[in-house]
Write a protein that binds this ligand. Sequence first.
Ligand SMILES: N[C@@H](CCC(=O)N[C@@H](CS)C(=O)NCC(=O)O)C(=O)O
Length: 196
Amino acid sequence: MYKVYGKPTTRAFRVLWMLEEIGADYELIPAPSRSPEVTAVNPSGKVPVLGVDGAFISDSAAILTFLADRHGALTHPAGTIERAKQDAVTHLLLDELDAVLWTAARHSFVLPQERRTPEVKDSLKWEFERNTTRLAERINGTYLCGDQMTIADIICVHCLDWAVSAKFPFENQILADYAEPIRARAAFQRVKAVVS
Ligand SMILES: N[C@@H](CCC(=O)N[C@@H](CS)C(=O)NCC(=O)O)C(=O)O
């Protein structure tokens, strides 16, 4: 039984989606970031955190990689060229989509008011549009990394949805067509039902 710390509206969504994909049992502890429940298991107070066998793993990408390797699902095997490419795409998504969205969030509501620079958001929106256009150019199939869905697709589609809720410009037909069948997956829909 896994424990997932974090509200489903945060990056904990990715972990819940993964757990639904692999059909693992889990308990959701929807504690807010920096709450005592979270700082007890992750000193930074950030979510998600995965509780497993008495240990606690932080960072959504690390958690997805762990679950993928452990359950042999949604990943190419470690040590293969396909896996190296999958890891590279995963890091690219974290650099070019996640980090841009997170910087905007920090300057909107995360940082102390006096440390926010809301004007940076215009530049971040431009950057996001450029990065998604570039990402679309590398899509030539159903998934980002070969003919099977991987954790990179979970992170990508989560970021695309995050962009919509953050009111980032995202009008790219290739990415819309790519994301649609992935969003239709039963595992995604089950988590979505919890969020809405
Ligand atoms: N790279 C980390 C980022 C974790 C993170 O920043 N989580 C946010 C919620 S989505 C949070 O807990 N923020 C609280 C804070 O920054 O103090 C991941 O992917 O899990």
